[in-house]
Ligand binder design. Structure first.
Ligand SMILES: Cc1ncc(C[n+]2csc(CCOP(=O)(O)OP(=O)(O)O)c2C)c(N)n1
Length: 377
């Protein structure tokens, strides 16, 4: 295995400038290293993977040094647009190295949302005419592959993809510390919110552990969970999925249970939701300040006043809660509002170590969800 320290050293030696990306569980140790060791001007955790490519482009324009863009392959689609429309050798020809966590790699069991993306990964890269290599686990070979990747990216003025398999990186020597004052766990807050949501409401939950917690809470309480749509992939799109449902629901409440990283990934959904103003739309953001599901790397939500953002985007009501005792009153207020409303819940990072994964297939969940919503509220 490779130490993150060695890996970043090879990149430094090869002339890499900025590091930008969206965290991934396979890159957790690498992420912990760059977060604790690189100065802030050399490392940016971006809202989505396309923005990371854009940061690398901008940094190259100013310094002439290629950037390192890191991402999980589920976010590769977000990166495709600025890669092909800007960085590609036929356009501006901007060198960079893309470090891509290969979830769903053929032969390695993984969740349904990773299977196809994992299988088509290399053919997608080939289809984009990008040079690529697997990052070897052996340090000697990896050092050569990294040097060759940067050389090719620069010589051919192109993005170069390095695919990272499971267990490639050794643990980082230091981990970032989080200083969140919130005491409530996401799971406890979720359970409390569920008590206020009517049985006939539709729920769209965000990507990551929140959806896993929702699935387990339903099992624990013996509820069917048929009206829950778990957004297992497509991070950031839960709110627009909920909007798509709410357009057709004039009586039934539609609840989007979101994360702060997911909210930031596609914040542009907020004014669109407000513009369409479905009166049945309820948005709850479980804000732990980090990408908890993939290792706890900070999002930029700390600089955002989420209720003020929602109001500025046109939501008819927005509030914040840190103490679950106030939930009753705030949900009452939400219900009195006429258009979309948003409640921010401050929660603490972390999850149960024994948190399971949904045992229903996504296709079965989709069938049950559609059938459950066919019956009136
Ligand atoms: C497009 C895309 N990029 C990255 C990921 C990997 N990923 C899964 S969950 C997650 C973090 C979500 O953070 P947040 O919304 O704050 O929720 P939390 O995990 O903190 O509850 C990430 C980065 C993904 N699934 N899809």
């Amino acid at each position: 295995m490779i130490t993150p320290d060695d890996f970043v050293g090879w990149l430094d030696d090869a002339g890499i400038g900025v590091f930008a990306g969206v965290p991934d569980s396979l890159l957790k140790e690498f992420g912990a290293h760059v977060m604790t060791e690189l100065p802030p001007e050399r490392h940016v955790i971006t809202a989505n993977e396309g923005s990371a490519v854009a940061v690398a482009i901008g940094s190259y324009l100013r310094t002439g040094r290629p950037g390192l863009v890191y991402l999980q392959n589920s976010g590769f689609g977000n990166a495709v647009n600025p890669i092909l429309s800007l960085a590609d050798p036929a356009v501006y020809g901007v060198p960079m190295v893309l470090l891509v966590g290969w979830r769903g790699q053929p032969g390695v069991p993984d969740e349904p949302q990773h299977v196809t993306q994992g299988r088509v990964m290399t053919s997608m890269i080939d289809g984009m005419d990008l040079p690529w290599a697997r990052l070897p686990r052996s340090p000697l070979e990896a050092a050569e592959v990294v040097a060759e990747a940067v050389r090719t990216a620069v010589d051919e003025a192109t993005p170069y993809v390095l695919l990272v398999e499971k267990d490639t990186f050794e643990p980082a020597t230091r981990r970032p510390t989080t200083s969140d004052a919130a005491t409530t766990t996401r799971e406890a807050a979720l359970a409390a919110v569920l008590e206020h949501i009517a049985d006939d409401a539709a729920i769209v939950s965000t990507t990551g552990m929140l959806s896993r917690e929702l699935f387990e809470l339903r099992n624990a309480t013996g509820e069917s969970g048929d009206r829950d749509f778990l957004t297992v992939g497509g991070m950031g799109h839960a709110s627009s999925i909920a909007l798509g449902i709410a357009l057709h629901e004039h009586d039934r409440e539609v609840w989007c249970l979101d994360g702060d990283g997911a909210l930031l990934m596609h914040t542009g959904a907020l004014p669109v939701i407000a513009d369409r103003a479905p009166s049945t739309f309820f948005h709850v953001v479980f804000n732990n300040g980090v990408h908890d599901s993939v290792g706890g790397q900070p999002t930029s939500i700390g600089v955002v006043d989420i209720p003020a953002l929602a109001r500025a985007c046109g939501y008819s009501w927005a509030g914040r809660l840190s103490d679950l005792d106030d939930l009753d009153g705030l949900i009452g207020e939400m219900r009195l509002a006429r258009g979309p409303r948003l409640l921010e819940l401050r929660v603490r990072p972390g999850a149960r170590p024994d948190l399971g994964r949904p045992t229903r297939t996504p296709a079965e969940s989709r069938r049950l969800f559609m059938a459950a919503l066919e019956t009136g509220p």
